[in-house]
Write a protein that binds this ligand. Structure first.
Ligand code: GLY
Ligand code: MN
Ligand code: MN
Length: 461
């Protein structure tokens, strides 16, 4: 936990932003994997953590702004609990560390909220992403499960986004820790790959490393020789010389801040000439787009810069032809780059995504473009000092997509489908780092960052 004053301050700011009514923050519950007592690793809700720091299941937190009260609802461990889990810190002690003085049994929240609803008071709550939260809101607030989504508090969402988006110094330190652990995971990846080893073997080792260093993974490890498939799971397939292997893996610290790093290397110890050229193109784009991340620059424009540089670079391979600016306007780059250049990162790897991407990554002036490729961009609005985000350009040769566009003769003024055919089994390359927006040049998070030039990778491989 951070020190008590940080949580007090955050709640005080939140209260002044929301102004009136009751704020309800739901903590997460344990979730059964295959039966009730066989649970997934517990993960607290990130907004609950942000305002209380309390990392334990089955809690709810209420801030009654009008009555100036803060109440943590939860149950102290019984002797039965202690028999199975050992002694744990008492709830009132946890609450005190967060500066919360009032703790009540969990069941009492129901009458408090029903009473508030009966008095027509506003209960502000966030969009739930777990089924049990929808059922609780249904029971406590007297709305049908289908109505829950329509009754979320835009005021609370906007207030929280306006706070969590700007990382405080203590948070930056935690994020550096997350990136440092992620870097160690990538160094293990970069130095372990060889032919005839399976994706699962290395994916398992780097996941284990994150756990052994005190945290966990921030999202399921992607480690694959089919790097063009954006969210593929590691498989029990053996790597072959000549292939590229992409690893997108990030650690979550014990305090649940995330790292999100990607590196790509050849299975062989050396890149082939064409792999090296393509890799250097993506690296050049990554360095240029990181450098472009400054306050007031819309990230949408940085994404467009990546698209433009990619098209320009692919002209050199003979895959793209014609005027690059015109090709960009027609979205020709989306045949090779179907996802966004980056996203906010913090307590969630896609930070605050459950609060609504429109609130986190867009603004009144910059609305989401629903065109293929663009619609996957999670962050488009102008960058501001204190934002932390990923920068992750890539190139993805997806055979099914190539075949589809080719069958439609789509954008054939800009795409040389005959040359492109030579790359249909190339796979994918992504290079991803995490940055902090500052007044000056962006700061790359992490005390050291994982090797990413061709020479550095070949030296480790
Ligand atoms: N690791 C998921 C992403 O890069 O967005
Ligand atoms: Mn990633
Ligand atoms: Mn990412």
């Amino acid at each position: 936990m951070f020190n008590t004053e940080i949580y007090r301050q955050r709640r005080s700011t939140l209260k002044s932003k929301v102004e009136k009514g009751i704020i309800l923050l739901l903590g997460n519950d344990e979730v059964g994997m295959s039966y009730e007592a066989n649970v997934y690793r517990f993960r607290q809700d990130s907004s609950f953590l942000y305002y209380t720091g309390i990392d334990a299941p089955s809690l709810a937190f209420v801030i009654d702004i009008d009555e100036d009260k803060e109440i943590l609802f939860g149950n102290e461990a019984t002797i039965d609990d202690i028999v199975w889990t050992g002694p744990t810190e008492a709830l009132h002690v946890k609450a005190a560390k967060a500066g919360i003085t009032e703790v009540k049994p969990y069941k009492e929240i129901e009458s408090l909220l029903k009473d508030a609803v009966a008095k027509n008071r506003t209960v502000h709550f966030l969009p739930p992403y777990r089924g049990e939260h929808i059922l609780k809101l249904h029971t406590w607030l007297g709305i049908t499960p289908a109505e829950v989504a329509k009754n979320v508090s835009e005021k609370l969402i906007k207030s929280i986004v306006s706070m969590r988006s700007y990382k405080q110094p203590d948070e930056i330190m935690e994020m550096e820790k997350a990136v440092d652990i992620s870097t160690k995971m990538h160094q293990l990846f970069l130095s372990s790959i060889r032919q005839e080893i399976s994706e699962l073997e290395i994916a398992g080792q780097i996941e284990g490393l994150a756990i052994s260093l005190g945290g966990s993974i921030a999202y399921p490890v992607i480690l694959t020789t089919n790097g063009e498939t954006l969210h593929i799971n590691p498989r029990n397939v053996l790597m072959k010389d000549g292939q590229l292997v992409l690893c997108d893996a990030g650690a979550e610290t014990a305090m649940h801040y995330a790292g999100d790093i990607t590196r790509t290397r050849p299975v062989s110890s050396m890149f082939s000439s064409v792999q090296k050229d393509m890799y250097n193109l993506i690296l050049k784009i990554q360095l240029a787009t990181i450098a472009a991340c400054k306050p007031n620059v819309p990230f949408r424009d940085v994404h467009a810069l990546a698209g433009e540089m990619l098209l320009e670079g692919l002209k050199g391979f003979g895959i793209v032809k014609g005027d690059v600016q015109e090709a960009l306007v027609h979205n020709a780059h989306t045949l090779f780059f179907q996802c966004g250049l980056g996203h906010m990162i913090g307590l969630d790897v896609h930070d605050m995504e459950n609060l609504g991407e429109e609130y986190v990554g867009y603004s009144d002036d910059i609305k989401r473009n629903m065109a293929f490729g663009w619609k996957s961009l999670r962050l488009a609005k102008p960058l501001e000092r204190g934002f932390t985000l990923t920068v992750e350009p890539g190139i993805y040769f997806i055979p099914t997509l190539i075949d589809l566009w080719k069958s439609q003769n789509k954008l054939s003024d800009f795409i040389n489908y005959t040359e492109l055919e030579k790359f249909r089994n190339f796979g994918g390359i992504r290079i991803e780092d995490n940055i902090l927006i500052t007044e000056d040049a962006p700061y790359i998070l992490g005390h050291t960052i994982a090797q990413k030039t061709v020479d550095e990778i070949e030296a480790l491989a």
